[in-house]
Design a protein around this ligand. Structure first.
Ligand code: ADP
Ligand code: MG
Length: 293
């Protein structure tokens, strides 16, 4: 760990306006949600010194090295860094598909030991819908398959969430009849149907054109503040993080180490300041953890 790393590894103590964690936190308080305990001070998700590796017989690739961060309820938490810095790997570990070789990953203070419906993933590709099923069936079907609801209840829930994401008029359409943005909304509705504690999104808008992407980013932010859903969003795009996030974790290039954890921006002035800060953090040199093979 070098001096710079220390400087930028932001604990939740005030340093600069954008880093005023606890002051700004209050303005990001989530809406109360039925059935979910509101404990604003305990993190919903906590990564503590998480090292993630891919091992084959010949070699070990360290994807992330001792990464720590906290996601609180109601956060729209962006994990950002260059391609290959381990963002998807972290998301996969939170989803329960990969286990840390070092450190801990806790959801509600409990170690994550495998996949679970309280952590729903919306994947990178928006072609995640079954082409032979309608939008409504696509969203209701997983609930029925997982034994979460009867067919009738599942259809009612699916309808409600599809309305929430603005797809009320597309319930009976098939995926090929939808735009990229609409497919993404259906995929989000499908995740939200499970009423997850956290929605995990891996570069969800990467396949959309620029105009649609900006539109979906605004919609996601609006949906998130309306429903209070906690979202962890992986992105390599500074503009995206600045536009949507309430909190941003910045990782160094491969293997990913924490460079900073900063608050999102709320005003135009803060957006400018945050853009400059993220640009600087992502482009400066970083002393890598040397990979042991
Ligand atoms: P990002 O999502 O930030 O682009 P990834 O998490 O996909 O990065 O990858 C992090 C590192 O782990 C990269 O060096 C990548 O090559 C490596 N990696 C990813 N998946 C695998 C895998 N299944 N097996 C071996 N190495 C992998
Ligand atoms: Mg990735």
């Amino acid at each position: 760990m070098n001096a710079k790393f220390e400087t930028y590894h932001v604990e939740r103590t005030p340093r600069a306006p954008l880093l005023r964690a606890d002051v700004e936190r209050t303005s990001h308080a989530p809406l109360p949600r039925a059935g979910i305990e509101q404990t604003p001070n305990t993190p919903l998700l906590r990564a503590d010194g998480v090292t993630l590796q891919y091992a084959t017989r010949q070699s070990v690739t360290t994807a992330t090295y001792r990464v720590s961060f906290e996601v609180r309820r109601g956060d729209l938490f962006a994990v950002m860094g260059h391609s290959g810095c381990g963002k998807s790997t972290i998301l996969n570990a939170i989803a329960g598909n990969l286990h840390p070789v070092e450190g801990t990953l806790l959801l509600n203070n409990k170690s994550i030991s495998g996949p679970g419906p309280e952590r729903m993933v919306v994947w990178q590709s928006h072609d995640q819908l079954l082409p032979w099923k309608t939008v409504l069936e696509n969203v209701a079907y997983p609930l029925i398959l997982n034994g979460k609801a009867t067919a009738q209840v599942a259809r009612a829930k699916a309808t409600q969430w599809l309305e929430t994401v603005g797809l009320a008029r597309a319930l009976n359409q098939f995926p090929h009849q939808l735009s990229g943005g609409m497919k993404m909304r259906a995929a989000i509705a499908r995740g939200l149907c499970f009423e997850p504690e956290i929605l995990l999104m891996d570069e969800p808008f990467a396949a959309l054109d620029a105009l649609n992407r900006a539109h979906m980013q605004d919609e996601l932010k609006e949906l998130q503040s309306r429903t209070g859903t906690t979202i962890l969003l992986v992105t390599h795009d500074i503009a995206e993080a600045v536009r949507v996030a309430s909190r941003i974790l910045v990782l160094s290039p491969h293997p990913g180490q924490v460079k900073a954890e900063v608050n999102g921006a709320q005003t135009d002035a803060e957006r400018l300041e945050l853009t400059a800060l993220l640009t600087q953090l992502l482009h400066e040199k970083h002393d890598h953890h040397t990979e042991e093979v």
